[in-house]
Design a protein around this ligand. Structure first.
Ligand code: FEO
Ligand code: CA
Ligand code: CA
Ligand code: CA
Length: 739
């Protein structure tokens, strides 16, 4: 049953390229020789026991002088070392109750909710929409999303192994507008303080946490490391696009700086100890005048082509009409910059904000340990609806590699391979080495072949497919870094079912990618392919799937890989042959995977952002212990929607069971579960509950009957996005243990 749900901006697709969804080019199967094939399954422990020496029965007694056999002390065999990872909780049942549920033996507590002060000087949050907009530069923002934990030592320096003191770096992706204002939002022209509050409730927060001896975790409001980064915070633009004329605005005539970060979805960290925040659905915030296409100066055709490909339409006020707040003071860039119309007469855009959209859509590196540091937009990693950024375990002397998804219907999967080789001495070296690894390298996009192989296609000016692309004439690498989607179109990348998070299995290097869902228009029965093989129900892939890949030779810089599909989302009751292909049961069925993250033990945590199964269950988080790419085999799927049918052969993982895939958590009504971090000792788990009650109307809010009142849970209070802390009541490790 489809729940009536607010449409996320990332539910919209803008890929108008003719790139294949179904690749019929048969590739030879990759050789398996040299592939990393790690296993953390049962490892037999060979025990060597002691024993008394003696004679075989029935033998005659030896005719030798009697000797006293040496007395060997009894040997107590040491217990076998635990080697097998097992999930250590009973699965949580599906639920549509307005509550947060964790397994028996676990406890969840709210740590950091919308509006919470990050300074002792800021008053507590009233949760009635009366706080001034400026106060949100020192309060928790809204829509908690991806996050990372960085341990701290007693001097406030990075200490990767510290579990009792640390920093949480967290994205505040978006807002539920109605809950921020006393009576809901005012229509355009927007009041200045309403627009400012909405802007400041976006961005990133860095806050210190401390864990007491009893295991309770609290926010350290006095910490000098607490910081809010908003859409107004000055940023440095680095990499190939820095200084490009496409980045010149009234705020930066040189195209080397920009203002702020927005729609920060998932995150990443780096091997050198910094935080990466990823800009996802930034395009929808921009206004553009009707008829703007016709007046674009200088380079009209290319500019309009780029705006269209990124979904920045003309004749729109932008998601929250912030530009309309500039009416009271047109010189205030805070609001005016959200109108990307051409209004100046310059050829390069340095006299207006026509290029402002080009300053968003990046991976941004932040130094969590220096509150005065300027975040850096890493243009070498491309510009798109960045979801997350996960690095492969670095190897000395080899490039550093990051995997990234572009979340929109029919978009692509990318990886960035650094030009610099990894130096072990740079481990935990901090922000000082960020430029070295993230400003120069090669950006690739993935092509998934039908035979289970894949290719990484380089996005460089020297690639003939880009150099001679008919739909857009690329100027240089900077142009490719800014208009990355067009470059990926040019090389024939594979359109995917909305790429969300990426994650790397620390046990074997396999790369996991959630493909959250797709609709019938973008994935009709006739448009499936091996890597996106399902179209069912009323058409499209409403429940999503998780694909994984293994680089050839285990090399992050490899240009080929093999892939299979780890899990298909589905109701347990769905057609087992063609929809519930993974054989999900009541203990582990899910829909629309989004967040995915491996802890250091190899437990894979899967979070959902669903609108297709919400009549049966609220969004959830599961824990899994996967195998490795290639542990299953080929599988034929027949799709049927009405009279349309198609058959496709895909490649699926070995079947999961309730022993290695279980539901760990169910959220309250109307929420998405997204964002996860753990202390290094695995005893404290941080999870975000995003936008509970997002389907509430203004009338319901003012009438005291919101869809959800979590975490207050009195049935009437406005709901709040929040980080929760989960611990095991016996103080043990969370999710699993070795046996
Ligand atoms: Fe912000 Fe694609 O989720
Ligand atoms: Ca997401
Ligand atoms: Ca999502
Ligand atoms: Ca969301």
């Amino acid at each position: 049953m489809t729940h009536d749900r607010v449409t996320d901006a990332d539910d919209i697709g803008h890929n108008d390229s003719s790139n294949p969804d179904f690749d019929t080019v048969l590739q030879g199967f990759l050789t398996r020789r040299g592939l990393l094939r790690g296993s953390f399954g049962t490892a037999a422990t060979l025990l060597v026991g002691g024993g008394l020496l003696g004679c075989g029965s029935g033998d005659p007694a030896p005719v030798v002088p009697p000797v006293t056999p040496p007395v060997t002390p009894p040997v107590t065999n040491p217990p076998p070392a635990p080697t097998t990872l097992q999930l250590n909780f009973d699965p949580v049942a599906k639920s549509v109750a307005d509550m947060l549920t964790v397994p028996v033996g676990y406890t969840a507590r709210v740590l950091y909710a919308l509006g919470d002060p990050l300074s002792p000087l800021v008053p507590h949050y009233t949760n009635n929409g009366t706080e001034p907009g400026a106060s949100f530069t020192q309060r928790a923002g809204d829509h908690h999303d991806g996050m990372n934990y960085f341990g701290l030592d007693s001097n406030g320096r990075y200490a990767p192994d510290s579990s009792t003191r640390g920093l949480i770096c967290i994205n505040h992706e978006n807002i539920t507008q109605i809950f921020l204002h006393a009576n809901g939002p005012t229509a355009a022209p927007r009041p200045v303080d309403e627009a400012l509050k909405e802007i400041n409730a976006h961005g990133v927060a860095i806050y210190e946490v401390a864990r007491a001896a009893d295991g309770n975790v609290s926010v350290v409001r006095e910490s000098i490391l607490n910081r809010r980064i908003t859409p107004n915070t000055p940023m440095q633009i680095t990499g190939p696009a820095a200084g490009s004329r496409l980045l010149r605005t009234l705020n930066s005539l040189t195209g080397t700086e920009s203002r702020g970060t927005i729609n920060n979805c998932a995150t990443g960290n780096t091997p050198w100890g910094t935080f990466l925040t990823c800009e996802e659905n930034w395009a929808g915030y921009f206004a553009r005048a009707a008829g703007d296409n016709a007046v674009r100066g200088g380079d009209t055709a290319r500019a309009v082509r780029a705006l269209t490909r990124y979904g920045i339409g003309q004749g729109t006020a932008g998601s929250y009409a912030w530009a309309s707040a500039a009416a009271s003071d047109p010189s205030d860039w805070t609001f005016r910059r959200w109108d990307a119309s051409q209004s100046g007469s310059s050829l390069d855009g340095s006299d207006d904000y026509r290029n402002e959209p080009n300053t968003f859509g990046y991976v941004v590196e932040i130094d969590p340990f220096n509150p005065l540091s300027m975040p850096r937009k890493r243009t070498a990693m491309g510009r798109f609806a960045h979801e997350a950024s996960a690095y492969a375990k670095p190897v000395a002397g080899k490039p550093v590699v990051f995997y990234m998804g572009d979340d929109s219907r029919g978009e692509y999967v990318y990886k960035f391979v650094s030009a610099a080789s990894w130096l072990e001495a740079d481990a935990n070296a901090g922000a000082a080495v960020g430029d070295k690894y993230l400003d120069a390298g090669t950006l690739y996009v993935a092509k998934f072949n039908a035979d289970g192989s894949g290719e990484w296609l380089p996005l460089t000016p020297g690639n003939p497919a880009i150099a001679y692309y008919a739909n857009y004439a690329f100027e240089d690498q900077a142009d490719i870094c800014i208009n990355t989607r067009l470059a990926a179109d040019a090389v024939g990348a594979t359109k995917m079912d909305r790429p969300e998070w990426t994650a790397v299995n620390p046990k074997n290097g396999d790369v996991y990618l959630t493909l959250t869902n797709n609709n019938n228009a973008n994935r009709p029965v006739a448009g499936v392919d091996a890597a996106n093989p399902r179209s069912y129900g009323s058409g499209g892939n409403a429940n999503g799937h998780i694909i994984r890949l293994q680089e050839t030779g285990g090399e992050g810089a490899a240009t080929t890989f093999k892939w299979d599909i780890y899990l298909f989302g589905a109701p347990a009751a769905a057609d087992a042959a063609n929809v519930n292909v993974s054989g999900l049961t009541a203990a582990n069925d899910f829909s629309s995977p989004d967040g995915i993250w491996f802890d250091s033990r190899g437990i894979c945590w899967i979070q959902t952002d669903d609108g297709a199964y919400t009549g049966t269950t609220n969004c959830m988080m599961l824990a899994a212990i996967p195998g490795s790419v290639g542990d299953g085999g080929p599988r034929e799927i027949t799709n049927t929607v009405g009279a349309a049918t198609s058959t496709v052969t895909t490649h699926v993982a070995a079947a999961s069971t309730e022993a290695n895939l279980r539901r760990f958590l169910i959220g309250p009504k109307g929420c998405e579960i997204t964002g996860i971090a753990m202390t290094p000792d695995m005893k404290t788990l941080f999870v975000n509950i995003q936008h509970p009650g997002e389907n509430t109307s203004v009338a319901q809010m003012l009438g005291g009957i919101p869809e959800s009142s979590w975490p207050t849970l009195d049935g009437a209070a406005r709901p709040r996005s929040a980080t929760v802390v989960i611990s095991k009541d016996d103080g043990g490790t969370i999710g699993g243990h070795l046996v």
